[in-house]
Design a binder for this molecule. Structure first.
Ligand code: HPA
Ligand code: ZN
Length: 374
């Protein structure tokens, strides 16, 4: 098991090296900065959750390549080591339609589920809220129940092997009709698949994506006890974020980074403690922000907004969650306290049930104490 081993390394050696000879408790202040291997070890072992990751972006290149071969299909975009070269949200969504459209076997869905649970654990995640949008999976459109069952079997297998616990956020598509959206929610309410924790909405938030059309669907989900999250402030501006909160009753905003265009809304999010599920590398790749260094995540934190770090579509970008913590820490000069706070927000804002959330917070506290004790 990767995680405990790394954790033992972190506690056993890195703490001492981090804070130097005369580093008493005071100097081992939580603000301590990390670098190199030590940062990598700390970030990978840090107990955390991932709350913004799409199943569609978690198809292992091997599974995609084999399915493409079976169907005699070729990728619509260039592949580099199995990862597609994508530069815009439109290209991403088209690629997802293509790759998910190849998956017609329950065993492949189970493998995607299993490897997703494992991938999260390899980054120190104990839990993941995984978004799945049925519109990307044409072979399963009329068999949503069978799709969720196959995924659940994969998640269970992954968890048994030490993987992260997974909750599913079933997603509507921004361009969907109200009728189609209500059909998905009615199914969720009637069937109540055990793995499903939330209703979500993703896709292109620009033209024709108005939240008013999805208000009733989200209201039904809330009344049925499902959590709610919404993509907003990625391909929409601050108004999209406001609508997601006010019309859809979203508890968390996926991305949300374009709120920086509206300082009053930034203050409001901080006051209302609305968490943003931020994915910096995804934002850079898709051109939402020009570079990692200019990403607003640091400014949002300084303004008191609760943010978590996430990967969005790890297999498309060739990234993992721990790597995002490392990259962000190295870019913004974040130390132990900062990364600990991000991990805490990821856990607190997750849709894991309360006992699991408490257990994860205890793991996090234990890890941070162990690290500081050196
Ligand atoms: N934004 C919107 N929809 C998506 C994304 C994203 O980043 N990834 C997969 N579907
Ligand atoms: Zn997303």
């Amino acid at each position: 098991m990767v995680v405990p081993q790394l954790r033992a390394m972190a506690w056993g050696t890195a703490g001492g090296r981090a804070f130097g000879e005369n580093g008493g408790m005071a100097q081992r202040a939580q603000r301590a900065h990390l670098g190199g291997d030590e940062l990598e070890v700390f970030a990978r072992g840090l107990p955390k959750a991932e709350v913004h990751v799409h199943l569609e972006g978690c198809i292992p290149p091997r599974v995609a390549a084999e399915a493409a071969k079976r169907h005699g299909a070729t990728s619509p975009v260039t592949l580099e080591d199995g990862h597609p070269k994508i530069e815009t949200l439109r290209e991403l969504l088209d690629y997802l339609d293509w790759s998910c459209g190849l998956v017609d076997r329950a065993e492949d869905l189970a493998e995607i589920g299993r490897s997703t649970s494992q991938r999260l654990a390899a980054s120190g995640a104990l839990y993941g809220d995984v978004i799945v949008n049925p519109t990307h999976w044409p072979h399963w459109r009329e068999r949503r129940g069978a799709m969720v069952d196959a995924l659940a079997a994969g998640f269970t297998a992954g968890e048994r092997e030490g993987g992260a616990r997974i909750g599913l956020c079933v997603s509507l598509k921004r361009q969907q009709s109200e009728r189609d959206a209500l059909a998905v929610v009615s199914w969720l309410i009637e069937e109540r698949p055990e793995r499903v924790v939330a209703l979500s909405i993703d896709g292109d938030e620009s033209a024709g994506s108005h939240s008013g059309r999805f208000r009733e669907a989200f209201g039904l989900a809330r009344r049925a006890g499902l959590h709610r999250c919404a993509h907003a402030g990625e391909s929409s501006g601050p108004d999209g974020v406001r609508e997601a909160i006010e019309l859809l009753g979203a508890e968390r905003i996926d991305h949300g980074v374009r709120v920086v265009e509206d300082p009053a809304l930034v203050r409001e999010l901080a006051e209302r403690r609305v968490p943003l599920d931020v994915c910096p590398t995804s934002n850079v790749v898709l051109g939402v922000v020009p570079s990692f260094g200019s990403h607003p995540i640091d400014r949002l934190r300084q303004a008191g907004v609760r943010v978590s770090l996430n990967t969005d579509d790890p297999e498309l970008y060739g990234i993992d969650l721990a790597g995002e913590y490392v990259r962000a820490a190295a870019t913004f000069g974040w130390g132990v306290e900062d990364l600990g706070a991000l991990a805490r927000t990821s856990i607190e804002s997750s849709f894991a049930d309360e006992p699991r959330r408490q257990a994860m917070l205890e793991s996090l506290d234990g890890y941070l104490e162990g690290w500081q004790a050196g």
